[in-house]
Ligand binder design. Structure first.
Ligand code: PBG
Length: 322
């Protein structure tokens, strides 16, 4: 039945009715807040390109986590900036490494929190690449060894989930096997399955001090032009044992999120990355946009596209408006 019998404006007549027919709602429990743990004590370095975000030493991370949990954000994703970096990221594989120390401290103080540990080498290598360099490029299979060691150590100190973000081939299967061998068969893996070589990571690399010192990440992260390839990456990660798959970044890849949701029966995460966040903050600072409305619209669009979990630096600002 068409116009005039059908009038779609009928269901837009009042706020109460609009609320009743709302299809997509973002709630605080969808959101994960990324945090940066910094070596030392009493550190609270503002990250210039990411207003409201800080590099925090362990005791300050604990305070920050309490604040987030109190506002309903109960899940955090931890990145570490160590005191010393090395050639292959071995410094992140010990139980007293920076993120491990933070997890132990947070778990001691806070019961009702879910800690996701990012697994990668780029914050821990002197050259800033995500793995071990051989002949000028990241060597896939050698890198699997350090990644899995990092994951097992993070499981041992109490991480609730591990999230490999390196884009090596076979890392989910390798990590699953090593976690199981160590007895952590219930440790979920959220894989950064379709992670693109994106300019939207710029501000993050300031925050994590992880910019590559030569070349770029194009031999391991995906070409932004490719969607079919994302489906292959995701399919392989699921076969290897991923429990949750991720698409990253989010906004320029909403089509990939939707395809993932339509193609696979598995929880989907989307990472609303640093550059996406900083663009909103910069425009809001100039008074060019309404930050709260834009943020809500962005997060709603990511969820509408098919994401079950949204990792976002907006979490702390938007929680009270959801
Ligand atoms: C580590 C990693 C990166 C991000 C998350 N994990 C950076 C990169 O690949 O260079 C980016 C997150 C963001 O931009 O918010 N490999």
């Amino acid at each position: 039945m068409a116009f005039p019998e059908t009038r779609l404006r009928r269901l837009r007549q009042s706020e109460i009715l609009r609320q009743m027919v709302t299809e997509t709602r973002v709630v605080a429990s969808d959101l994960v807040m990324p945090l940066f743990v910094y070596a030392g004590t009493n550190v609270r370095n503002p990250i210039k390109s990411m207003p409201g975000n800080y590099q925090l030493s362990v005791e300050n991370i604990v305070t920050e986590c309490k604040r987030l949990v109190d506002m309903g954000i109960k899940s955090v994703l931890l990145f570490g900036i160590p005191e010393h970096k090395d050639a292959d990221g071995t410094c992140a594989t010990h139980d007293d490494a920076i993120v491990q120390r933070a997890i132990i401290a947070i778990k001691k103080e806070i019961k009702d929190i879910f800690i996701i540990a990012d697994i990668c080498n780029c914050e821990y290598t002197t050259h800033g690449h995500c793995g071990t360099i051989v002949d000028g490029d990241v060597h896939n299979d050698l890198t699997l060894v350090t990644l899995s060691k990092q994951a097992v150590s993070l499981a041992r100190v109490g991480a609730d989930m591990v999230a490999p973000s390196d884009m090596m081939d076979g890392r989910v299967g390798h990590m699953r096997q090593e976690l199981d061998r160590a007895g952590y068969y219930n440790m979920p893996i959220m894989s950064y399955s379709a992670k693109y070589a994106s300019a939207f990571y710029g501000p993050f690399r300031d925050a994590a001090e992880s910019a590559p010192q030569f070349g770029n990440r194009a031999t391991y992260q995906m070409n932004p032009a490719n969607g079919d390839e994302a489906m292959r990456e995701i399919e392989l990660d699921i076969e290897e044992g991923a429990d949750i798959v991720m698409v990253k970044p989010a906004l320029s890849y909403l089509d990939v999120i939707r395809r993932t949701k339509d193609t696979f029966n598995i929880p989907v995460a989307a990472y609303n990355v640093s550059g996406e966040f900083s663009m909103v903050k910069a425009a809001a600072e100039r008074g060019w946009i309404d930050e709260n409305r834009i943020t809500k619209e962005i997060l709603t669009s990511i969820k509408r596209a098919g994401a079950d979990i949204i990792i976002t630096y907006h979490a702390q600002d938007i929680a009270k408006f959801l």
